[in-house]
Structure formats: structure tokens, C-alpha cells
Write a protein that binds this ligand. Structure first.
Ligand code: SF4
Length: 501
């Protein structure tokens, strides 16, 4: 939104102070914008309408549209047709709620409702997160860049390559050092990249010494312009183990090329147990254990995430005492997308031949067992700071209550993983959150919704702002006309314990 436009609709908020001449000072974050009438503040999240500060995005109410025993309705699949909201089936999210800054204020909304006979309170706010970033999981066997290599976006260093996981490459983007510890341009670029990734937009990332990527939450990653289709079935050794029995009788040797472990069937325990005679074909690299080889080639975008484009180059030598003319050899990648069938000729040289149907069937089975490649974006943030004061006057009690699972944390209604140990460090998958859940302030920091749900009696024990709690019926009545109303995302657990859909 341009600073010159006033948005509709808006939620009434208790922020800001008049400074005369219709100017309002917004105190919803440390930037403290002075906003003239008809204009919006630096983050475009607040605007001055006729001397009154308004949150420019409507509050999001989510309605559970499923009866017990009835099928779950997919997220936002059922339009709201204007019927009255049922308080027992309505969840008030932090999307569009506003913040607690300066932090002694109670959260913008503290709502009560009875669920499964328990009087429950939900504390609803937007958090301003300086300590935050995303972890990106990219399902591909392609080598994206060296571990710890810088990741660049919008011309700035915004993150790094972190340790690979099984079948996936991992990036860490953002974090407090990139947001606030470098140049202003680095902070701004990092903030923009995080916002785009969290909003599910396609984002172009460059890895120094590696590839260029397009990452979009929930979609297939694009590496150097090539859309990734499959994640690998496993490493080369795992593929040998899984399919050895199906190859038995159809081939005399199988080499599964992989950047991590290249497997060789007859040397591998699988081949030995099946009683397969050694083929005498030895691959390059460092033997880890029988039939399992590290460092057969460099990492790259060739077969199995290596830089191999000619699979026969992986063979170091063929032992004439063990191999025989006519030996049937299969070379394949861990996705089955690259595969070559050879017969050894009289000089024991591999010669490419037509792949028999029985062998092709197993290669196809490898492909069938590869899951679709996807980019996953997890937002990670520390909620153990000052926003806790919007929940209780004794913040450590909230931290302890969250740690033991008495207080449930959600972000825009989506379930979060709370890291054990100190603080309230949470992770949430962004595709489970509502659209438009994220914003920013120019400090820079990311703004995201967060809700704490707990029994009312416990809320009082924690020193909660009990005088500020309003029945959800009242809140619905006040806000229904201006709120955004969407269906509950069917695969997110209903946050009220013991009141599952
Ligand atoms: S940046 Fe946004 S939240 Fe912060 S003071 Fe300005 S208008 Fe308010």
C-alpha cells in the first residue's frame, strides 16, 4: 500500500498519541512514526484516519467449518456466506492484531471462551521478531554449494548453506546478524527475502561458488533454471539394499552413483547374502565398508549429485581374474533418472546395450519410490522476549508454562514446534499459516502473529492480565463487520485441548 492511500477495512486499535494538527505518533514499534492525516507509517501497517490510528490489515478470524465426524474442509475452501460466527468454533488469530509495544501493555486481544467444559483464554498479538529467520529444505540430490557458503538475494548476503539432510540440501536465511548486524542494505535485503519466502513467493537465491535457485514454499525447487522433480530414494548404499533382491537374477553387478555413498551390489552385504559372485569391478573413491564408497567424484549436477556425466568414468578398474565376458552391469543414479545398462565384451570393456525389461522395471521402481521434490520454508523466531509481558506481568511463568506444554502456542492458528530448553524458540511451516500473516517494521524486524491458549485458571496463576480478558462473543460482535473471516485450515490441530474437531 502506498503511504498516500488509506486502507479499508481497519480494526480499531488502542495505539498512538495525538501530536496536534491531526498528526498521530504511532507507538506500535520503536520507530515511532509521526503520521499525518490520510497517510500510513513506514511499515504501512498503521495509518492515520481522521486523527485516529488504524491497523491497516483486518484482524483475521478463523471459523471451524467441520462437525465432529464430518469430513475436514480444506483451508479456505468454503466461502463464508455472512452467517453469524459461532464463538465455540471461532479462533481469533494474531494476523492484523497489532503489537504490545512498548511492551508493558497487555496484548491487543485477550479473549475467553469455553471449550470442552474448560474456561479458556487466548492471548492474541503480533510479535516483532528481531531474532528470526527461515530454514529452507530443498529436496534435491544436486549439489547447491559448499557447506557454509554465503547465500545472496537482492544483492546482499542474507544467509548460508548449512548441513545437508537425507535427500535434501538445507539453507539458513536471515537471523539477527544479517537483519541488524551488517549494513543497512544487508538488513533491508534480508528482511525483504524473509518476507517473500514467508509469503510463499518465488525467491531467487545465489549461492557463492554454487548454484542459482528459485525457492517457493511448497513448490518444486528450481536449480540453475531446471525444475527438480524427484528427491533421491536414498544414498547409493540404501538403494542397493532396497532393490538388491529385485535385481538378483537379472544383472551381475549394479553401481548406484551418489554424492554421499556410492553402492556396489556384489561387494555390498546385500549381494553377499544373496550369494552373488564378485564382479571384479572396482569403483573410484574411498571404501568406507564393503560395497560402500565415499568421494567417488566431486559434488555437482551430474549423476547422483556428483559431477559425473559419463558413468563409466566412476570405474577404477576391472579385475580380469574375477570379471567375465558377457557380465551384465547396471549403472544408475539414486533417482533412477539416469541409468545405463552394459555388457562386458571379450576384452572386459563395458559396452552400452539395450536395457532388458526386467532391469528397466527395477529402475522405474527407484523412480516410483522417489518423493516429489519440494521446497519447505520453516519460520523460526524467539518469542521469549518482551512480548511475553503482553501475556503476563511475570514473563518467566509463561516461558515455563509453554515449556511443559500447559500453554499452547500457535502462529496464525498454525501449530508450532517449541524448542526445548530456555526461551520460547518456535518453528512453524509457513504454508500452514494464513495468507498475509507476515509484515515488517523498518528496524528491521519481521512481524508475525502469535497466540497463546491456556485454561483461564492457569492464566490467573501466571499473573495474566485477567482484567483485560473479554468474552470472544463480545470481540466477534465488535469486529465481525471489519474482520477478515476464513475457514480453519483442516490439517491444523484445533488449539483448544480436549476439543478436537
Ligand atoms: S513502523 Fe509501523 S508500527 Fe512502527 S511506528 Fe511506524 S507505523 Fe507504527
Amino acid at each position: 500500500m502506498s503511504k498516500d492511500q488509506l486502507p479499508v477495512p481497519a480494526s480499531p486499535q488502542k495505539f498512538g498519541a495525538s501530536e496536534g494538527e491531526g498528526i498521530v505518533r504511532c507507538d506500535a514499534c520503536p520507530v515511532l512514526c509521526r503520521i499525518r492525516p490520510g497517510r500510513a507509517g513506514a511499515c504501512a501497517r498503521y495509518a492515520n484516519r481522521d486523527g485516529v490510528l488504524e491497523r491497516t490489515d483486518p484482524l483475521l478470524l478463523m471459523r471451524r467449518v467441520v462437525d465432529r465426524g464430518e469430513p475436514v474442509v480444506p483451508f479456505a475452501a468454503q466461502a463464508w456466506e455472512g452467517e453469524a460466527l459461532d464463538p465455540a468454533r471461532t479462533f481469533l488469530t494474531g494476523v492484523g492484531a497489532g503489537t504490545t509495544y512498548p511492551d508493558y501493555k497487555p496484548a491487543p486481544f485477550l479473549v475467553s471462551a469455553e471449550h470442552a467444559g474448560v474456561d479458556t483464554v487466548t492471548v492474541v498479538t503480533e510479535g516483532i521478531f528481531s531474532y528470526c529467520g527461515v530454514k529452507v529444505k530443498i529436496d534435491t540430490d544436486r549439489h547447491l554449494g559448499p557447506e557454509t557458503a554465503p547465500v545472496r538475494a537482492h544483492g546482499a548476503h542474507v544467509g548460508h548453506v548449512t548441513t545437508a539432510e537425507y535427500g535434501s540440501q538445507m539453507l539458513s536465511i536471515g537471523g539477527v546478524r544479517h537483519l541488524t548486524g551488517g549494513s543497512k542494505q544487508e538488513g533491508t535485503a534480508t528482511c525483504s527475502t524473509l518476507l517473500e519466502l514467508c509469503a510463499g513467493k518465488p525467491v531467487e537465491l545465489m549461492i557463492e561458488g554454487g548454484r542459482s535457485l528459485v525457492v517457493e514454499a511448497g513448490k518444486a525447487p528450481i536449480v540453475d533454471g531446471e525444475s527438480q522433480v524427484r528427491m533421491r530414494v536414498g544414498c547409493g548404499s540404501a538403494a542397493i539394499g532396497m532393490f538388491a533382491k529385485q535385481w538378483f537374477g537379472h544383472v551381475d553387478e549394479v553401481i548406484v552413483l551418489d554424492d554421499h555413498i556410492t553402492g556396489v551390489l556384489t561387494e555390498h552385504q546385500s549381494g553377499r547374502v544373496l550369494g552373488m559372485p564378485p564382479s571384479g569391478i572396482r569403483v573410484r573413491g574411498r571404501r568406507s565398508t564393503p560395497g560402500r564408497y565415499f568421494q567417488v567424484a566431486n559434488a555437482g549436477s551430474g549423476w547422483g549429485g556428483t559431477d559425473i556425466t559419463d558413468p563409466l568414468s566412476a570405474i577404477r578398474h576391472i579385475d580380469a581374474k574375477l570379471a567375465w565376458p558377457g557380465l551384465r552391469l547396471l549403472l544408475t543414479s539414486t533417482t533412477g533418472e539416469d541409468a545405463l545398462y552394459c555388457l562386458l565384451d571379450d576384452r572386459l570393456h563395458p559396452v552400452a546395450s539395450d536395457m532388458p525389461v526386467a532391469v528397466r522395471t527395477v529402475v522405474d521402481r527407484i523412480q516410483e519410490n522417489c518423493e516429489p521434490a519440494r521446497s519447505t520454508v520453516l519460520f523460526m523466531a524467539g518469542a521469549g522476549g518482551s512480548l511475553r509481558a503482553g501475556v503476563t506481568g511475570n514473563p518467566v511463568l509463561l516461558t515455563r508454562s509453554v515449556a511443559v506444554g500447559e500453554t499452547r502456542v500457535t502462529m496464525g492458528g498454525a501449530p508450532v514446534y517449541v524448542w526445548p530448553g530456555g526461551g520460547i524458540t518456535v518453528m512453524v511451516e509457513v504454508t500452514r499459516m494464513p495468507k498475509g500473516a507476515f509484515g515488517y517494521v523498518p528496524t528491521p524486524a519481521i512481524v508475525a502473529p502469535i497466540e497463546f491458549t491456556l485454561p483461564r485458571a492457569l492464566y490467573a496463576e501466571l499473573g495474566g492480565h485477567t482484567n483485560e480478558v473479554r468474552p470472544i462473543d463480545d470481540v466477534i460482535r465488535t469486529l465481525e463487520a471489519t474482520a477478515r473471516i476464513e475457514a480453519w485450515q483442516g490439517d491444523n490441530p484445533w488449539p483448544f485441548a480436549g476439543d478436537a474437531p
